[in-house]
Write a protein that binds this ligand. Structure first.
Ligand code: UDP
Length: 321
């Protein structure tokens, strides 16, 4: 039976990956310091055979007892609100955290997968973004703590692969949404859906002409699963090329929730907000035979249902407004 360590396994994407690994019969050890992850995401696994949770900051050295076959390094803040609130932690988890996770993989003879991001492309000058585009990042901007941490981490992973023989993979994750996103994480999906469901104004930043391409979490997990079993070592984009302006996205959420919320325009939350983002997924198609299966509308309907339950009065798990 295979045994995986998942750093950041209490987070939105991490917990879905843990579910997949457990469903495939793997044993899983989650390491998470719970800065942005939540135990609630793993509650259904607590006490289950083959599942273990360790509350630990991966920036501090750690060891795991027993054999480890795979290290999935997902620990990081991921929302602009979170990386502005935790800038140093964001830089540290990309640097110290990634090195500690790589050291664990080397020492255990385990394979390694790193979750990178479309933010390595910054505010891209090339569209759509293919993996061979080097990006346009402001290193000293407020988003730089996340972008540069991930860029450094990719560099570190490739150096461990080239010079130490580590068996590594890098997934560049584009905007992903679905159940278990935090209601208050500040990203566009929870913000717009919660605003629409509460009948509050839907806050479009800027003029809403910036674009994003949203992928549903189950498609991402399938892509990660396939990449983990491939022998491909260079970065690989996983995302859904269904691109929308943020204004169109606000209108779509309004329609799907049946909300009468007004759409209002506000200042950008951060400078350097990327103007266009869409993955070129040719590489994922060719190497993994992967492509997204869940349409934006279908994925959003499932996500809206999740938030609707969480926002219902009397739900013990609902977050404060
Ligand atoms: N955004 C918005 N209103 C919000 C939250 C986000 O208009 O309440 C915009 C944000 O400026 C960006 C896009 O939605 O252009 C996606 O933002 P998010 O924070 O989800 O992720 P990003 O892709 O910027 O990391």
């Amino acid at each position: 039976m295979a045994r995986a360590v998942v750093t950041g396994g209490a987070g939105f994407i991490g917990s879905h990956l843990v579910d997949r690994l457990m469903a495939e019969g793997w044993q899983v050890v989650v390491i998470d310091n719970l800065i942005t992850g939540r135990l609630e995401n793993l509650q259904h696994l607590m006490g289950r055979d083959g599942f273990q949770f360790l509350q630990h900051d991966v920036c501090e050295p750690f060891d795991i007892e027993g054999p480890v076959d795979y290290v999935f390094h997902l620990a990081s803040t991921a929302s602009p609100v979170d990386f502005v609130k935790h800038p140093i932690e964001t830089l540290r988890v990309g640097s110290y955290g990634t090195e500690n996770a790589l050291q664990l993989a080397l020492h255990k003879g385990a394979k390694f997968l790193f979750s990178s991001t479309s933010e390595v492309y910054g505010d891209p000058l090339v569209h759509p973004q293919a993996e061979d585009y080097w990006g346009n990042v402001n290193p000293i901007g407020v988003r730089g703590v996340y972008d540069e941490a991930k860029r450094y981490a990719e560099s570190l992973v490739m150096a461990y692969h080239r010079y130490k023989g580590a068996d590594t993979r890098i997934v560049r994750i584009f905007n992903t949404y679905g159940e278990r996103m935090r209601l208050d994480d500040g990203r566009v999906v929870p913000n717009f859906v919660c605003q629409a469901l509460r009948g509050e104004p839907i806050t479009v930043y800027g003029d809403g002409s910036q674009t994003r391409s949203f992928g549903y979490v189950s498609d991402l997990i399938e892509g990660i699963w396939r990449l983990a079993h491939s022998d491909y070592h260079e970065p690989l984009n996983i995302g859904n090329p269904e691109e929308r302006t943020i204004l169109e996205f606000a209108q779509m959420i309004k329609r799907l929730t049946g909300s009468s919320s007004p759409i209002v325009f506000q200042e950008f939350f951060t400078p350097d907000d990327p103007k266009q983002r869409c993955p070129d997924i040719t590489r994922a198609r060719q190497i993994l035979g992967w492509e997204p299966k869940v349409s934006l509308e279908e994925g959003l309907l499932r996500t809206i249902e999740y938030f609707r339950v969480r926002l219902a009065p009397g739900d013990a798990t609902s977050a404060p407004a």
